[in-house]
Design a binder for this molecule. Sequence first.
Ligand SMILES: [Mn+2]
Length: 451
Amino acid sequence: MKALRFLAVVLLAFLAAMPALNALEKQPASTYHARREALAARLQGGVAVLFAAEEPVLDLTPYRQDEDFYYLTGWNEPGAALLIVGEAPQAPSPRRYKEILFLPARDLRMEKYTGVKLDAASPDVARATGVDEVEPMTQLPVELNRLIGADRELMRTIWMQPISLQAKALLTFTATTLGMDAPDEPRDVTQLTARLRLVKDPGEIELIRKATSASIAGQLVMMRAMKPGVTELAIAGRMTAAWMEHGCERPSYAPIVGSGINSTILHYSANDRTIQNGDIVVVDAACEYSMYAADITRTVPANGRFTPRQREIYNIVLGAQEAAIKAFVAGKSTINDRDRLDPNSLDTVAYNYINTHGKDLHGQPLGKYWLHGLGHMLGIDVHDPADYPQVLEPGMVFTIEPGIYIPEEKLGVRIECDFLVGADGRLIDLDAALPHTADEVEAAMRGKWTK
Ligand SMILES: [Mn+2]
């Protein structure tokens, strides 16, 4: 009895020490601060104003922050804005680095629906947000007017998100009150953040690893659950449960469970077919951990056994991926080169492999059955921004995902793995713990896969 009570106390202490279930795992405040300073250094003496994603009026899915806003602040509440002032010693009134987070006033009625929020008057708010200064949202136009009033040239070096209506309204207001013309288009701050986001820091890599390991768990659940008679949607549901059990907040994109002819539809997501005996099933489904995405595809036989033709095509797709991995050279190889002519492009390597192995039913090469790019950058966005074809450097995370889709044979195969370029320039397969070969997939479907 005494032992039981002791156990209960230990369990309670353990539960109390666990982080709040829905809280995103944040990086240290100093990390976000360093990112803001890195952005400031690229503003050419200008200022940046970024807006948080708005809270949808009637939202049935949890709030997701604007990606750049999150990258720069780790702040996950709607209605905020961030002002960053780049250093400009030569300006008419010299400017030093400055950062202010603007928070909306609390709306007590709305909080009944969406929960308690912080505002600029909340105690200890600068420490809680990690931003040097925190002010009410109403101060944003005041602050901007003051800056531009002191240096009217600044109107031409304001960096904002290109699609932001709030940005446009703020600029118009500022220009009108100062009797100036607003620029047609402010400078695009996402061009700068995209470059910063390309190379991941160790904390980001850790979050991506958590997203991949939860996604691996989901793919293994899929392999065990796959059988004729199950619906595509039921498979997607089983995977979703596994992701959430592993601490992920949502899928990184609409899960694709494409069986039979649906395996040849690249972004199929209706998932409303019942899986049939003899089908091949493309399962492109992965989740997001604390805003960081994984993106994994495996292709499996519905009944646990590839037909000889399915296996042949599977092996060609796998061979193309292996050829790209083998050809990889950090700092030289590129990804997502739609011309497929540059020998440094991994797309070229994979395409040449596919086009010289196997044939379609008419004796023609298979290259024309691969339509999409070989891969893309991965991060806060499942398709993280990049200037393709992107040269791959240490610290970058990207996918390699060749595919062959032959509608005539109701036969689509895609294999997609997530890779990190290590500090030493070597490729690290983040989903190495998942089956890769046809034999390994079949073993996992029989429950005989350990790694
Ligand atoms: Mn992908």
